[in-house]
Design a protein around this ligand. Structure first.
Ligand SMILES: CC(C)(COP(=O)(O)OP(=O)(O)OC[C@H]1O[C@@H](n2cnc3c(N)ncnc32)[C@H](O)[C@@H]1OP(=O)(O)O)[C@@H](O)C(=O)NCCC(=O)NCCS
Length: 280
């Protein structure tokens, strides 16, 4: 019978962890190809703690990876994968039990995660341990190459701001239980070539707008702002400022925010996620 054990992730090199993460997500819903540089960016931005993260070993060989991000009383299961040859044999269940016990013994009060709604095995695994759904998270897409740049209005009020200023606004005005990746703390760790903009009381963070595909990583309108449609005005101003792009909103946005993307003609992506939480 095979034996399972775990090792702290900090006992491995960054390139070993990147390679293991890529193998652990083989056949996933979206292609996952993690390099050392991508992994380092995740660790820095998302607050992943390698000393609390675990490599899952089967017969003394790495067979999976669990990345744990930590902030205050909460941790987030930032990635969890078992290599394809070891799946559906109880390794995920065994590892989750260890991870939850360890979070409890660190004195935490909550474990958070996001899981693709269509990922039956993973949703089943988390529900089995008592994780409950906070809300559905959705993504959007829009190709603006068909839009005539002459037809769109260049808004003179669009201003570029320091990403740290956006992070402060999100921490102050955003929902308290925003998904980890949208929180002010995560946003403060974004750096150029990402850029932040505001138009009056509406704020937005985008990835490098010099490439064809641009991600919208944060959108916020200050709660006290009475002006309707301000987020739409901001996004239309960005579409005009950076024409001929494919704009992406990854499925980390609360479904309650759908209107923000639908009002500017974006199309909902088929993959959605559950934001889940386990309270201790
Ligand atoms: C999700 C994942 C980590 C689960 O690990 P695992 O070792 O295969 O899990 P287990 O064998 O302990 O099974 C967990 C539960 O899922 C069920 N399950 C496993 N594979 C399944 C499948 N393909 N379809 C439906 N259910 C499945 C098991 O029956 C079990 O439920 P049960 O206890 O009620 O029987 C693993 O499938 C994986 O690495 N997938 C690719 C990466 C990924 O999706 N990660 C999660 C990201 S949030």
């Amino acid at each position: 019978m095979s034996s399972l054990s775990i090792k702290p992730a900090n006992e491995f090199t960054i390139s070993q962890l990147a390679e293991l993460m890529t193998r652990s997500f083989e056949g996933y819903f979206v292609p996952v190809n993690i390099t050392g540089i991508i992994l380092l960016a995740m660790l820095r931005r998302d607050g992943i703690d390698l000393a609390s993260s675990r490599v899952i070993m089967k017969d003394d060989q790495p067979c999976g990876l669990a990345l744990i991000a930590r902030r205050g009383w909460a941790s987030r299961l930032a990635a969890m994968g078992i290599v394809s040859t070891a799946r559906n044999g109880g390794a995920g269940t065994w590892a989750m039990r260890q991870l939850i016990e360890e979070a409890g013994s660190r004195g935490e009060k909550e474990m958070l995660l996001e899981v693709i709604e269509q990922n039956t095995a993973a949703v089943k695994l988390y529900e089995k341990f008592g994780f409950s759904k906070i809300r559905r998270l959705v993504g959007y897409r829009l190709d603006t190459s068909q839009i005539d740049p002459a037809a769109v209005h260049q808004d003179q009020e669009l201003q570029e701001i320091d990403i740290r200023e956006l992070a402060r606004v999100v921490s102050y005005h955003g929902l308290e239980d925003l998904p980890w990746q949208l929180s002010g703390t995560t946003i403060a760790h974004h750096t150029p070539p990402s850029r932040a903009f505001c138009l009056k009381d509406a704020y937005c963070l985008i990835s490098n707008p010099e490439t064809t595909d641009v991600a919208i990583s944060s959108v916020l309108v200050k709660a006290r702002s009475g002006e309707a449609g301000l987020s739409g005005a901001l996004m239309r101003a960005l579409f005009a400022r950076f024409p001929n792009k494919v704009w992406h909103v990854s499925p980390v946005f609360p479904e309650e925010m759908s209107i923000i993307f639908e009002q500017v003609g974006m199309t909902r992506e088929t993959l959605s996620q559950w934001q889940m939480s386990l309270k201790f």
